[in-house]
Design a protein around this ligand. Structure first.
Ligand code: GCV
Length: 690
């Protein structure tokens, strides 16, 4: 089914067709076999007798709110009121009322009313709404964005749910119905922007031909409050129009970008702005011409400024010539603090290396008071088992948000440093690298949808607990039955720590195979390869011990943190064990808090990870009667893969590190089932994923 730009599905259905679809969806609901996961967490119990919704506001956005409530709200009449109220930031809303008599949603903007409508429906699905209620909600970050690493040929870098949702070849004529479904899903969790293309950006995205396609997507997203942004390649003027160079100080280059901005805004008046990966992993950038990151960012900021656009400049930079990759973003950016235009925001990955299973927070957070910083989280599971492993990421992100930077004394958490409460920047934002693709269930693994959901909810309110988010998602996605929700939630809440245990416990990081980031290859050695792309660079295992010494006697990365954190990380005794091998090279016999030696503790962690996945399998199997067969079996089969992979990780890492520790694996632990030599021969064909 295709449709014309800007129209909504219910507008194109006549009454007969509507009834037909209601019937079809009823059959769908009754037929558990039809549950393919495409609905996500969105409401599905479409009612023939629409709810009573009153409003005087006339806009496409508010019509969506009305339609959603008419279709799915089962309670008393709802009034949507637009009011002038400074306590409601532009996207915020207030809901007051009683399930049985009257509910009023108030907001200062149309999109606030839509967010209020989705919130009300969420409450209906997840809480017991018999009491009267009064809720006020405001987002923590003004801009809540997804980043798609989607290429123009339809592939997705680090995407594990099929090809891209964006059908560039068909656009602008053909508009996939999924564009609107995508917008609806995002709006339901408060996401208000999306970067359509990969940060490893093709200059082609700025060709007129592509901008016309982007315009059509922007038109579909607009009523849902979603702005479109693009990743741009800094060499675009040179590549697309044969300019002599792409030097940000060259007047011809400046003119080129000015004209491009004008062209974009003529097509898309509310275009959000640019995301830039420059001088990183081979991407061109201002340093190619002896200019700084600030020079590059400011050039783009100046051309976007008249239209209200912003520049999100990434701080993901590293260079093999330097001593420690983890220190480099800080080194390149802190001295530029204060030099960026006010419509530039630095986009910083949560950790100092690269979305590893667990990292301490990036020390840039708290260290650039004059520059707004936006966290970049990775929803797609590049380093956490792709779409095969069940890993709920809210606990990882909570650990990050709640980390105390100490930049203004105790209690200066990453969330506060970035949401404008400690450094009062006008621009606040957060990005998540999307895990969506054209798979029918959007994300590959049914539980990977929970990470998309969790990102939206935490971008709105980083104070929400992982428990609450898991609970909400399960109830909306599967069933409200507590006998299902409680055990499934418990699996979700343990799953991240479990994956860390069987992959890289105690601060180990980047032990992935060359060519893909799925399985283990701690032994990997590729002649001539960049040293900082090899696991050995990170584990540093030798006969003495294991771990990267980032203490004051090593690379001194600890010095980039504020006191008392730097002292805490610096000392072997006070460093939290979860970060131990991140900051220290630790002797194999070092006594851990458990009373075990480091070697034994590592063995226990790997084994615990394996045992926990087996436990997840058992718990999941017990839930069969609550879940439709289709999703039940898919999760079941993926847990089998995860269990096998966990053993693979455990055996590979323990057998390999044992060649250095020369110690036995504690006898009470399950024995390895592989030979190291065999594991070293495994070469996965991951072409599709790279
Ligand atoms: C889009 C890591 C990933 C790359 C990714 C890069 C980035 O290196 O493996 O695929 O590129 O991060 O975030 O720019």
């Amino acid at each position: 089914m295709t449709k014309t730009a800007g129209s909504l599905p219910w507008m194109v259905l006549n009454e007969k067709m509507r009834k037909f679809f209601v019937l079809i969806s009823l059959i769908g609901i009754l037929n558990l076999y039809a549950e393919d996961g495409s609905r996500l967490w969105l409401p599905d119990s479409y009612q023939e007798q629409p709810a009573v919704i009153q409003t005087k506001v006339k806009s496409e956005t508010v019509s969506i709110a009305v339609k959603e409530l008419e279709s799915y709200w089962k309670g008393a009449p709802v009034k949507l009121l637009k009011i002038k109220d400074k306590t409601l930031a532009c996207d915020g809303f207030r809901i007051e009322g009683d399930y049985d008599s009257q509910v009023t949603i108030r907001a200062a903007s149309d999109i606030g009313l839509l967010y209020g409508a989705y919130h009300l429906l969420r409450l209906q699905e997840t809480e017991n709404l018999s009491q009267s209620f009064k809720i006020q909600e405001q987002p923590a970050y003004a801009l809540r964005l997804l980043n798609h690493w989607d290429n123009l040929d339809g592939t997705i870098e680090r995407g594990y749910a099929g090809y891209s949702l964006w059908k560039w070849k068909e656009l602008p004529e053909t508009i996939s119905p999924r564009y609107e479904q995508y917008a609806r899903a995002n709006a339901s969790i408060g996401i208000n922007g999306t970067v359509l293309n990969n940060v490893n950006a093709s200059p082609d995205i700025l060709k007129t031909e592509y901008l016309q396609k982007v315009r059509v997507i922007a038109d579909v997203f607009r009523p849902y409050g979603i702005k479109v942004y693009l990743s741009v390649n800094m060499a675009s003027p040179k590549v697309l129009d044969d300019l002599a160079d792409a030097d940000p100080w060259n007047p011809a280059v400046i003119r080129w970008w000015k004209n491009k901005a004008q062209e974009i805004y003529r097509l898309i008046p509310d275009f959000g702005g640019f995301l830039v990966k420059a001088n990183s992993e081979g991407q061109p950038g201002p340093q190619d011409y002896g200019r700084t990151h600030a020079d590059g960012a400011n050039l783009l900021a100046d051309v976007l400024k008249p239209y209200g656009g912003i520049v999100m400049w990434r701080a993901f930079v590293y260079n093999p010539d330097q001593d420690d990759r983890a220190k480099q973003a800080y080194r390149e950016f802190v001295h530029l603090d204060g030099q960026f235009r006010d419509n530039v925001i630095l986009q910083v990955k949560n950790g100092p290396v690269d979305f590893q299973p667990r990292e301490p927070f990036n020390p840039l957070f708290g260290n650039m008071s004059q520059t707004p910083l936006m966290p970049e989280l990775q929803i797609t599971q590049e380093y956490l088992g792709f779409s095969n492993h069940l890993v709920f990421l809210a606990p990882q992100w909570k650990e990050f948000f709640d980390s105390d930077t100490y930049c203004q004394g105790e209690g200066s958490t990453v969330a506060q440093v970035t949401n404008g409460s400690i450094f009062p920047h006008r621009l606040t934002a957060i990005a998540g690298v999307a895990n969506t693709g054209e798979d029918i269930n959007w994300c590959g693994h049914p539980f990977a949808q929970a990470n998309w959901y969790a990102f939206g909810r935490l971008a709105w309110d980083p104070g929400l607990s992982s428990d609450r988010i898991a609970d909400e998602w399960l109830k909306q996605t599967f069933t409200k039955e507590e006998a299902f929700v409680a055990p499934a939630r418990s699996i979700m809440l343990q799953s991240w720590e479990t994956a860390v245990s069987y992959m890289m416990p105690l601060g180990l990081h980047h032990q992935f195979a060359w060519g893909h980031h799925y399985g283990p290859e701690p032994w990997c050695d590729v002649p001539g390869a960049r040293p900082d792309w090899l696991p050995k660079y990170y584990h540093q295992a030798d006969e003495e011990g294991i771990g990267f010494d980032r203490s004051s006697s090593g690379s001194n990365a600890v010095a980039q943190y504020f006191s008392p954190l730097k002292e805490q990380f610096n000392s072997l005794e006070s460093c939290p064990e979860k970060y131990l091998l991140w900051f220290h090279h630790v002797p194999w016999n070092y006594p851990m808090k458990s009373g075990r030696t480091l070697w034994d503790e590592m063995c226990y962690h790997y084994d615990a990870g394996v045992q926990q996945v087996r436990e997840f399998q058992k718990q999941w199997d017990k839930l069969e009667k609550y879940v439709d067969p289709e999703r039940f079996r898919l999760v079941q089969s993926k847990l089998r893969i995860q269990a096998k992979d966990a053993v693979w990780w455990k055996d590979a890492c323990l057998l390999y590190f044992q060649t250095f520790s020369n110690q036995v694996i504690p006898h009470e632990i399950e024995r390895p089932v592989h030979e190291l030599d065999d594991l070293m021969k495994i070469k996965l064909d991951m072409k599709h994923h790279n």
